[in-house]
Design a protein around this ligand. Sequence first.
Ligand SMILES: Cc1cc2nc3c(=O)[nH]c(=O)nc-3n(C[C@H](O)[C@H](O)[C@H](O)COP(=O)(O)OP(=O)(O)OC[C@H]3O[C@@H](n4cnc5c(N)ncnc54)[C@H](O)[C@@H]3O)c2cc1C
Length: 288
Amino acid sequence: MVFEQAPQAGGSLATLKRKNRWVLGFPDQTSQTIAAHYLDHIHREQITLLQPAEILSCRQPSQSFTLEFEHENKRLTVSIDSLVIATGIRPKGAESLSKIPGITELGDCSRLAFHPLSHLDQQASLANQTTVVIGGGDNACYTAQDLILAGARVHLITRSSLKAGAIIRKRIQKHINNNDITLHQPATIQYLQPRDQNILIQLDNGTEIIADWIFPRLGYTPNDAILNTLKLQVERDDSGYIRVNEHQQTSMAKIYAIGDIASPRHQSIVNALAQGAAAAAAISNHHE
Ligand SMILES: Cc1cc2nc3c(=O)[nH]c(=O)nc-3n(C[C@H](O)[C@H](O)[C@H](O)COP(=O)(O)OP(=O)(O)OC[C@H]3O[C@@H](n4cnc5c(N)ncnc54)[C@H](O)[C@@H]3O)c2cc1C
């Protein structure tokens, strides 16, 4: 059985509209189309997919677990032998900037957008706008590059050094050398001040930026709420990713973890699929 809390299954793929260049065998199809292929396969295999479903608790009275969940306004229980956690990761949001004065006043302001692709929704209206990217990793650099292509003025604020991969870092360095991107490094934001049409950003080095758009790209954090809900004390690394062995087994018997939540490195679709296959093989061998 698969439990999905969102109204629509498909995970992160279902939210990405870009054409695929990375999963072999699906050229030119969008992530959403690939998600639809995977869902079709799940249905053909007659795997029960419950969505939206909320898992409420888990008890282990004997050899099997009893999982309590809510689906279609009903509270139900099911007895299961193994549990595979595949809840993924999410971009770090406003909570990561909560100490900056002014951030709460910005509230749900659409000019402050955290998702790594949020700037693409604004692409058409970014020409000649002053944009600020916060961060120094891959997502920050790719966002800065997209903004340049959209004709925006770009400020990149990073508190240490650029940590993106070599290829994108080199491209960004070229833009910095050409003065297309203003790099503020090392710099931190002292405060933000929402104004009528824009946002004032005060940096600790005295620089003041009047920004039309702010795109923080602060990295990711594991979607770990399920661990608290089910009171599962599986071993995790310092960043909260679940530790697994070569069979995707966690430190708790019969509990497995796959995909991004168990992969601080190599977060990708093929990795998640391969880990799912490894967990399925381990579970099936265990029961034979
Ligand atoms: C902007 C962006 C670009 C990317 N580009 C690429 C790329 O080019 N190539 C590539 O291979 N990969 C790419 N990825 C990564 C790829 O999308 C992920 O590696 C992959 O989706 C991981 O699958 P997953 O199942 O671990 O997690 P996800 O796809 O995130 O799925 C997790 C699911 O768990 C659900 N969930 C969470 N908590 C609960 C709960 N308590 N109960 C029930 N359900 C729950 C969520 O709703 C979600 O549907 C990209 C990701 C992003 C965000």
